[in-house]
Design a protein around this ligand. Structure first.
Ligand code: ADP
Ligand code: MG
Length: 249
């Protein structure tokens, strides 16, 4: 079997008496979309925080491309190829769409902040930023203020910002949240094409998207992975139906 791109090994995390991650071991393999599903409060965002380095596990390890990154800061993990989109938007709303993409490209290049005038005239950075906008279909909005974008377009922009970093693996926390059916469909189609370039660990409540995209699904309940399997295996799993899917299976 090929080596996983991303792996968690026995991750544990408590907030006081609440055990938000209980011995979580899972991996992300080249070319795959691995979906994480589960009810609100199950610990999905907490898991992602530990994978990306914004939260520290109490125990366990995170490996990225074969290297132990458990003690590396989020910024270092990003440089090592871990791309991320957030459940709550991290975009600069007053800046333009292009400026947000440029900020991603600037961070990825490891260049210090300069004046917008210099950043905007840096051809290499601009190419990276503009290509990312083309890929998510936002090229015609490059000069618009980010605040003017629809909710769905902002989520697309977050994906573009992640792409400017040329990630080797992507971690996405509910990218379809708040999108209409059209937006979800478009993003689903795009993620489908993205997996070959960067496998995706996808936290998502939109079950149409999950069932159509996921090569594997892990189900998180009360901080614990209760099942991992293919779409068919998860849909047929009694414990999963009881804990989460119900009629959706
Ligand atoms: P999900 O993303 O699956 O909805 P979260 O990971 O956000 O779940 O939260 C898991 C549990 O941990 C919830 O009960 C939540 O209230 C709690 N929690 C999350 N972050 C913190 C924190 N920083 N301090 C205390 N409790 C937290
Ligand atoms: Mg969450």
């Amino acid at each position: 079997m090929t080596e996983p791109v991303l792996e968690t090994k026995g991750i544990c995390k408590s907030f006081g008496a609440l055990r938000a991650s209980r011995d979580i071991s899972l991996d992300l393999r080249p070319g795959e979309i691995h979906a994480i599903i589960g009810p609100n409060g199950a610990g999905k965002s907490t898991l992602i925080g530990q994978i990306c380095g914004t939260l520290k596990p109490d125990a366990g390890a995170v490996h990225l491309r074969g290297k132990d990154v458990t003690h590396d800061a989020a910024r270092m993990r990003a440089r090592a190829g871990l791309g991320r989109t957030f459940q709550i938007s991290s975009l600069a709303m007053e800046d333009t769409v292009l400026q947000n993409a440029l900020l991603g490209a600037l961070g990825a290049a490891g260049k210090p902040w300069r004046f917008w005038k210099d950043v905007l005239s840096d051809k290499a950075l601009r190419d990276v930023a503009e290509q990312a906008l083309v890929r998510v279909g936002l090229q015609d909005h490059a000069r618009h203020r980010t605040a003017e974008l629809s909710h769905g377009q902002r989520r697309q922009l977050e994906v573009a910002v992640a792409l400017t970093q040329r990630p080797k693996a992507l971690v996405m926390d509910e990218p379809m949240a708040g999108m209409g059916p059209e937006g979800s469909k478009r993003l689903t189609g795009f993620l489908d094409t993205l997996r070959q370039e960067a496998p995706i660990l996808l936290v998502e409540h939109d079950m149409d998207a999950v069932f159509s995209l996921a090569d594997r699904i892990s189900v998180l309940v009360y901080g614990e992975v209760i099942a991992t399997g293919t779409v068919d295996e998860i849909r047929a799993n009694d414990a999963v139906r009881e804990a989460y899917l119900g009629d959706e299976a």
